[in-house]
Design a protein around this ligand. Structure first.
Ligand code: P6P
Length: 341
């Protein structure tokens, strides 16, 4: 996208959303306001993440979360920013977070709305103290008709019911990438004006790729179809694929997905024989589903190895899922290997 020289004539997130809403498509006012408010919270998170040690926000918070993980100070700060920014706006019936066991209900003094917001406030937070990109992931569902008091069950909807999803990657640039079912659009934070500026309209995942992302140290715990697929990647031009592949692993899903939506690739986090009762490491509701929505809207594919991630009927708020997402050609192959096994 060629940007106008004059910063004030560039399209900001607010302007883009208002113009989309005016088209009368899939962006009603309450949802538009919700997306803008999440964007505002991500700006605050970006400023805290970028200060790091200067603001004394690195290191452990000394608390644990429902996942049994030690929380980083910035995990808690990011979670609080998202709750504080979104509780008063009138768009939400409740919120759910990776960092909180139970849903967060809108305090009585504020009006409730039609939507449910789910988020992983700071994904990849193990990378914070070593200054590697991290991100925020969010997903929006409609609150089921006639719900008086949103419960965990209100959230348990398949990913196909999402009305919007997005992530903000806190990297060399802070970028907000969004979909509401009408393609995927990327906005770069302009720190001078404090606005997210439209820089990547209609992002598309290249169908073909030469790059895969997986944590190879887990090799011995993978199921046979995953080993077969990765072995062929490693064999490259000497094997059945007939061409060489490159590997990346940032250990920050938002950074991997952003790379893939920008230049192609396949991201894999298979289920692991060490924890057969778990369906994978990543969380379905606020990692798998939002990223799957974004990737599919950009022309890519996202499965758990056997079925479309967004078709899965969730049974629990913090349910795990295996993830294979990215360039369609590759996700089709690894999914076929699972189905053939
Ligand atoms: P591993 C971060 O903790 C995360 O949830 C994802 O962002 C990332 O892709 C994955 O886990 C990294 O897992 O096992 O390589 O540390």
């Amino acid at each position: 996208l060629r940007l106008p020289e004059d910063p004030m004539s560039r399209i900001t997130l607010s302007r883009f959303l208002i113009e989309e809403q005016r088209k009368g498509g899939s962006l009603p006012p309450q949802l538009r306001l919700l997306i803008e408010t999440v964007g505002r919270a991500c700006k605050a998170i970006s400023y805290s993440v970028n200060k790091g040690a200067l603001a004394g926000v690195l290191g452990e918070a000394g608390t644990g979360n429902i996942q049994g993980e030690a929380q980083k100070k910035l995990d808690v700060i990011a979670n609080d920013y998202l709750l504080d920014a979104n509780e008063w706006g009138g768009s939400l019936a409740a919120m759910a977070s990776e960092e909180m066991e139970l849903p967060y209900h809108i305090p009585g003094e504020y009006p409730k709305g039609d939507y449910l917001l789910l988020f992983d406030p700071l994904d990849g937070s193990s990378n914070i103290d070593v200054n590697i990109s991290v991100g925020t992931i969010f997903s929006v569902l409609r609150c089921p008709e006639g719900t008086e008091h949103a419960s965990e069950e209100s959230f348990l909807q398949p990913g196909t019911r999402q009305v919007a999803a997005g992530y903000t990657v806190y990297g060399p640039q802070t970028m907000l990438v969004l979909t509401w079912g009408a393609g995927v659009h990327g906005f770069t934070l302009d720190r001078e004006t404090g606005s997210f500026v439209l820089t990547h309209r209609d992002m598309r995942v290249p169908e073909r790729t030469g790059e895969f992302a997986i944590n190879m140290s887990n090799w011995r715990h993978w199921e046979p179809p995953v080993k077969r697929y990765v072995e062929e990647m490693l064999a490259g031009s000497t094997g059945p694929r007939g061409r060489d592949f490159n590997m990346r692993w940032v250990a920050s899903m938002v950074a991997e997905v952003h790379r893939i939506i920008t230049r192609g690739g396949i991201f894999m986090y298979p289920r692991d024989a060490r924890e057969p009762e778990k369906k994978g490491k990543l969380r379905l509701m606020y990692e798998g589903n939002p990223m799957a929505f974004i990737i599919e809207q950009a022309g890519g594919m996202a499965t758990n190895g056997r079925e479309r991630i967004m078709a899965i009927q969730p049974e629990a708020l913090h349910e795990r899922v295996a993830v294979f997402l990215g360039s369609k050609e590759e996700v089709e192959i690894v999914t076929r290997y699972h189905q053939d096994a």
